[in-house]
Design a protein. Sequence first.
Length: 279
Amino acid sequence: MRRRRRRNKGSIVILCLMLVIAAAGIVFAARYMRTEYRSVSDHFGEYAVQANEGILAKDTKKKLKQSLYVPRKIDTSKKLIAFSFDDGPKRGNTERILEALDKQDFRASFFILGQNAKEYPDIVEKIYKSGNEVSGHSWSHPLLTKLSQGGIKEQQDKMNDAISKACGTTAVSFRPPYGGINDNVKQVIDGPLILWSVDTLDWKTRNAKNTEKVILEKAKDGDIVLMHDIHKQTVEAVENVLPILKEKGYEVCTVSELLEAKGVKAGKGDVVISAHQVN
Ligand code: ZN
């Protein structure tokens, strides 16, 4: 009798142990072995472009340029800062900035020089395909206020020609070199003229820490920050500052995303300083 009870006790213990092991196994499997579905929303635009290219290429027998890009939806409950990079693209630098932006799921506007788009069409395409904004900054960086209307138009047309050869579309908006604007510029340039509300002076200081400091101290919700992706110190500053801005609850976005999120309408001849100031 006693022996049998002992045996029963033993099998209950073994049963319990087996149950515990089975439960642990289920928990382990649930936690570590389930299929991970990576969210596609981060890169939805890119997927949409590739899918559309695939579908349309079947009919037309040729590669469709990225005309069907679907912009990401901005979380308007967050504080927004538009980052803008002038004078590029530059091999190495611009790609590093794109990577740093992508890491945080941020985007920015690139005010490209036509002559650089001609030299680095692959980088322009990368900017476009990664959901960042391809904007224009003239063909060769002259002070447009010194040019005739014909001269200004030539700068815009040559620039747009190089940009559309690279990525299939013309510049979304325009930033005149040195911020130089007069009536001729307003009359000739298509779309709004985008300036800035926070000048990092990165081209002058060439100091990453200084650029970071200006951004963190001055940039607020609705601002447009001016930088230049041709300087490696700017790249460093961007790499350092983006995670900090994310931690502070900011969303870094393109100029168009900023204006759309804030309900700002800007058209030809309008001068955009920030989401709070359009002249
Ligand atoms: Zn410039």
